[in-house]
Design a protein. Sequence first.
Length: 353
Amino acid sequence: MLLFETVREMGHEQILFCHGKNPDIRAIIAIHDTTLGPAMGATRLFPYLNEEAALKDALRLSRGMTYKAACANIPAGGGKAVIIANPENKTDEMLRAYGRFVNSLNGRFITGQDVNITPHDVRTISQETNFVVGVSEKSGGPAPITALGVFLGIKAAVEFRWQTQRLEGLKVAIQGVGNVGKNLCRHLHEQGMKLYVSDVNPVKTEELKKLFDVTVVNPDEIISLDVDIFAPCALGGILNSHTIPFLQAPIIAGAANNQLGNEQLHSQMLAKKGILYCPDYVINAGGLINVYNEMIGYDEEKAFKQVHNIYYTLLEIFHIAKQQGITTNDAAKRLAEDRILNTKHSKAKEIAA
């Protein structure tokens, strides 16, 4: 990996490597773009195969946060942090050391909860910095509102694809039923949709079987089911050269980040198969909307209005893609980059005046 070339190509402003011996900590904070506001991005703790894999994850996720904030019309930039560690080796001392790294950026980066970081961990980090969101979870945490955004995205995709708002009877395959996936199941079940679910944890799928009468399938089979909608709600990279040929669902709409293994190649493969793809950083923006509103003072009505805009933003992206003959992934990027560029021009005019 050519580090500086990769960072330059992806447009990052700053990459920080955080290292400590007592306690032992290895973390990477990636700040992609702060045109719209301070970089916001949650912290992920994961036993990456190597440091290059951790850096790639931080770079892609932070850029996705920039586009996510821009498409959601949130005045925030994009950032992301990863801590390279096994969850069982996580300690309060490690988290507090990480909090001091975050605090040293003086608000340039604001973080929160992601994979293997719990609400308790967020509160531990907050002992060292105020630049962390989700401490009080006044709104009930990000999962319910993220799931709502995905549900609204599914409605938009169904309307665009089949010119109908009727969801009853449609079949949905949900890969990963953690907090977001479980809440998404509830929304879809209430609409009378037929649900197929998979998860590496059988306890979660059995619970949903009792709650929503879902059909539980093997994790290896979920992606190839003959369904109307495939909703990836686990880790990223699920849409790749190996899996795309097996897809039968004409719509992909899920909560996972970085669903495309290779953004350009695999978005084009989906388009060639006639699959309508909901760009992940657009459809899953509910979590960012939630924590941003907690940060500025939670107003439920305002937050839910912003989440409902996911529906209209996706419809706009679908129409741009169709009119310009490009993928929905490229259409979403253009929409986000146009908003960022317009903000840069406005700031330049203000300075010149």
